[in-house]
Design a protein around this ligand. Structure first.
Ligand code: NAD
Length: 268
């Protein structure tokens, strides 16, 4: 697998899980300039990246993606450091409570939407404004001014199962799929490629945190794991590699797509 990625990456939620492994995948494909953003420290990601690729340059930025000013400022800081943004991954997200609409408190519902949906929109708005000002990296007809990948979820294309009643989460991720389609259409003619990745269950801290949740019918994640046709949760690197594909010229004819990477869960 060689995608020959050359530009500058901007990754939110880079301190853990999918964002962390997406950074490793992009580095493996050639990226050497990274803006790594998270509300928590990205120290571990930076250490691992520098251990494997001593020539990487990293700008670490503390960011709450729900804050408009902070998002705009993070784009300015990245451009000041590296001159452009080629591969944006809007990935920061939270799971929220496993509750149905009659039970979830409004504050919980709104926080999930603030991070998972508003956060992606704020980042994407700032990124397209920047990308519209930059030239393509190469003369290839497959090249774009920039590529954006939004981390949605398989629960952005199907409803949550009865076992995992994540009302707010599914609502927020369906919105990310809708935003990706709307802006995919709007910005393809202007040279920006926007797609979504829709992972199934991935063994990240977000999922590990729900491993000890007990609902009246038992532990939802243990029950869910038995439903995956491939009989396991995804490795974080498998999602990172799919993100690298979406940023590469190998996916140059994919616009506004929702790439489902779920071990066969949603086709049942
Ligand atoms: P994770 O908890 O390991 O990582 C999420 C990261 O986002 C953390 O580092 C966290 O600090 C950061 N973050 C959370 N809120 C933030 C905010 N307001 N501003 C900035 N950073 C913030 O979880 P993960 O599983 O790697 O999740 C990454 C993305 O993948 C999320 O959008 C999640 O919904 C999505 N996803 C995960 C799975 C899965 O099974 N793990 C499946 C489908 C989609």
């Amino acid at each position: 697998m060689a995608f020959a990625l050359k530009g500058v990456a901007y990754i939110t939620g880079a301190g853990s899980g999918i964002g962390q492994y997406a950074a490793y995948s992009l580095a493996r494909q050639g990226v050497r300039s990274f803006a790594l953003l998270d509300r928590n420290p990205v120290t571990k990601t930076v250490q691992e990246l520098k251990k494997s690729y001593p020539d990487v340059k990293v700008k670490e930025i503390e960011l709450d993606v729900a804050s408009e000013n902070a998002v705009n400022d993070s784009i300015n800081q990245t451009v000041k450091e590296f001159g452009r943004i080629d591969y944006a991954l809007n990935n920061a997200g939270i799971g929220g409570a496993l509750k149905t609409t009659d039970e979830i408190p409004l504050d919980d519902f709104e926080r999930v939407l603030a991070v998972n949906t508003r956060g992606v929109w704020l980042c994407q708005r700032a990124q397209v404004r920047q990308m519209l000002q930059q030239e393509k990296l190469s003369e290839s007809p497959r090249a774009f001014r920039g590529s954006i990948v939004n981390t949605a979820s398989m629960y952005g294309v199907i409803g949550p199962t009865l076992t995992v009643p994540s009302t707010a989460y599914a609502t927020s991720k369906h919105a990310v799929v809708g935003l990706t389609r709307a802006d995919g259409i709007a910005f393809a003619p202007r040279g920006i490629k926007i797609n979504a990745i829709c992972p199934g269950y991935v063994l990240t801290p977000l999922v590990q945190n729900t491993m000890d949740v007990e609902l009246e019918f038992g532990n939802p994640m243990k029950l869910e794991s038995k439903k995956v046709p491939v009989q396991r949760f995804a490795d974080m690197a498998e999602i990172g590699d799919s993100i690298a594909f979406l940023h590469s010229e190998a996916s140059s004819y994919m616009i506004g797509a929702s790439l489902v990477v779920d071990g066969g869960f949603t086709i049942q």
